[in-house]
Design a protein around this ligand. Structure first.
Ligand code: HEC
Ligand code: HEC
Length: 339
């Protein structure tokens, strides 16, 4: 957070010094920023405490301020009201599919807390807290995260010594820079490069590993879950919800029944939830136009792979190790379940 503004400032200042004379004659606009003006921008605080103004604030004072200025959004215990951000807890969730990233569970340095609150909070009146008030609410947010005790007083001298739980959770990105030159002739065909929309966002395709069961993205099942929750919510409100009845097993063909297991091991990752644009099994609307293409086409697409307007169906769903017959059984299962 502090590197960029400071680097820009350094470049800016060097530029001013070198070209102060030239500037006037060249553009004849503006003037050198005064040190007071620079001080107004130069408010970043570093992990080692550099940039902190003298001052202090206690957890006790912070509690009162926090209740008055912060709790309406962030909750009395930092638990977050409605969809406002959660500020406390979430410890041990960083390895979860949906981690709860809070000041306590995620942020590596206390300086970020002070800096952020100072420059951006409260949301509706940023920079309205005094320096001491900022120390006090910061102390209180640390207290809500069990990082300091209730008699703690935060000052410019002890802030950098605070050990945040996730201080060792960040690593320098040491991948080398790799320069690239612009291709001017004989370049890749842009038609072969594709971006597909998935529930996780926009994903470049072509990264499915041959033989892998599932694609790299893994919010698997999230969409189905959200939809089920939405149906529950509507039902509670008394709204009529059309339930899609799943086709009963005793109406399925033998081939389809034989395909269930293959489907569950090789296809469900995408077709169970609609991941990566795959038509969801049981979703008649999504399957109707596909069924119109005829079974032969669908079977060929399942075996050889298929790129349509929704995304990429890898050959055999990525399971090229499976015999053709099993894939065809899976197609029978999926299509019959979706009619
Ligand atoms: C009107 C609602 C509101 C109030 C009041 C408010 N905040 Fe916030 N706070 C927010 C929103 C919204 C964000 C996220 C802003 C963003 O991401 O750009 C946020 C973000 C934060 C964060 C960063 C959370 C994170 O993990 O990214 C901290 C820390 C914070 N607020 C502290 C405070 C403190 C301390 C106060 C009281 C002085 C306060 N806030 C008052 C709405 C509020
Ligand atoms: C990595 C995700 C993924 C896996 C795994 C996967 N599919 Fe697909 N499949 C797709 C996508 C995406 C489409 C839709 C492509 C389009 O129409 O844009 C699709 C489409 C299909 C279609 C319809 C083709 C058409 O012409 O409309 C069939 C049939 C199919 N898959 C069968 C299977 C079978 C059988 C398996 C398991 C052996 C499987 N898929 C595994 C992603 C996957």
């Amino acid at each position: 957070m502090y590197r960029l503004p400071e680097a820009l400032l350094a470049i800016g200042l060097a530029g001013v010094a070198l070209s102060a004379v030239a500037e006037q004659t060249r553009y004849d606009i503006g003037r050198t920023a005064s040190s007071e003006e620079i001080a107004g921008w130069d408010i970043d605080v570093r992990p080692d405490g550099k940039g902190l103004p003298p001052g202090q604030g206690s957890v006790m004072d912070g509690e009162r301020l926090y209740e008055a200025r912060c709790a309406s959004c962030h909750g009395s215990f930092g638990e977050g009201v409605g969809r406002w951000p959660v500020l406390s807890g979430g410890f041990d969730t960083l390895t979860y599919e949906r981690p709860t990233k809070t000041v306590g569970s995620y942020w590596p340095y206390a300086s970020t807390l002070w800096d952020y609150v100072h420059r951006a909070m409260p949301f509706t009146a940023p920079r309205s807290l005094s320096v001491d008030e900022t120390y006090a609410v910061s102390a209180y947010v640390l207290y809500l995260n069990d990082i300091v005790d209730d008699d703690f007083v935060l000052t410019q001298d002890n802030l950098a010594d605070i050990e945040m739980p996730n201080r060792d959770g960040f690593f320098e990105d040491n991948r080398p820079d790799s320069p690239n030159t612009r291709c001017m002739q004989g370049c890749a065909d842009p038609d072969e490069l594709q971006m597909v929309g998935t529930i996780g966002g926009i994903t470049p395709v072509g990264h499915f590993k041959q033989g892998a069961d599932a694609p790299a993205a893994s919010h698997e099942g999230q969409k189905a879950l959200e939809e089920a929750k939405e149906r529950e919510r509507l039902k509670e409100l008394g709204v009529e919800v059309e339930e899609q009845e799943e086709r009963a097993d005793d109406t399925l063909s033998e081939a389809a029944l034989a395909g269930r297991e293959v489907y569950q091991s090789a296809c469900i990752a995408c077709h169970g939830s609609g991941l990566a644009g795959a038509p969801k099994v049981g979703d008649r609307e999504a399957w109707a136009p596909r069924l119109e293409k005829g079974m032969e086409t669908l079977e060929r697409h399942a075996l050889e792979g298929f790129t349509g307007s929704k995304g990429v169906m890898p050959p055999k769903g990525g399971r090229v190790d499976l015999p053709d017959e099993q894939i065809l059984h899976a197609v029978a299962f999926m299509t019959e379940k979706s009619q």
